[in-house]
Design a protein around this ligand. Structure first.
Ligand code: VGL
Ligand code: ZN
Length: 202
């Protein structure tokens, strides 16, 4: 069985937001149309407490897009974004959320970022998504949303590691592109056996 996972379609990742992904809002209507082709639709929501460790503002002398080393590896520092219960963390106002059967909130722990919908960035702490999908027999996952080179990519790679069949809908994602991260993301996903399709093919 297949499911559509709509990643982080939130105000802060759209133009005008705190961590705007270029063209992030252009894919909203295409994603809405996609939901009509799926019986099962899930959402992810970046959902940080104020002062989250992934925010540059939490580190003296750092600015957005600097990196730091944490015990779980290199962490990119972001502008404050998707702070719990703020307008920036809400889904895009035009996104159809009525079909969503499950919403994964991630990045909720102060000291650990979470790009992937499956595991926090420590690569150990599970969000519960895998169990949810398995128990319902969803074996093929279609991914759309933001950002192609961070949350979409890490979700796709973790899904492959766990044995899911994964299809990224290439015209229903947009990337941030920090220092070549977008090209690298497509390469890494390809190498991991992630399939790519257009919205029309779905
Ligand atoms: C994301 C950076 C920080 C994403 C979330 O949704 O891709 N990127 N938090
Ligand atoms: Zn975030």
């Amino acid at each position: 069985m297949r499911a559509l996972i709509i990643v982080d379609m939130q105000n802060d990742f759209c133009p005008g937001g705190r961590l705007a992904v270029p063209g992030g809002d252009e894919i909203v209507q295409r994603i809405n149309k996609l939901t009509e082709c799926f019986e099962h639709v899930l959402l992810t929501q970046d959902w940080h407490p104020p002062g989250h460790l992934s925010f540059a503002s939490s580190h003296v002398g750092k600015t957005a897009f600097d990196t730091i080393e944490l015990d779980y590896g290199t962490q990119v520092l972001w502008p404050d974004h998707c702070v719990q219960d703020t307008p920036g963390a809400e889904f895009h106002p035009q996104l159809r959320v009525d079909k969503a059967e499950f919403i994964v909130q991630k990045g909720t722990r102060h000291g650990v970022d979470s790009y992937s919908a499956f595991f926090e960035n420590d690569k150990r702490t599970a969000t519960g998504l895998e169990k949810y999908l398995r128990e319902r027999g969803y074996g093929t996952l279609y991914l759309a949303g933001l950002a192609a080179d961070f949350c979409v990519k890490f979700s796709a790679l973790d899904a492959r590691l766990q044995g899911f069949d994964v299809v990224v809908i290439e015209d229903a994602v947009r990337g941030i592109d920090v220092q070549g991260s977008l090209d690298r993301a497509w390469e890494e996903m390809d190498a991991a056996g992630v399939r790519v399709a257009s919205a029309d093919e779905v």
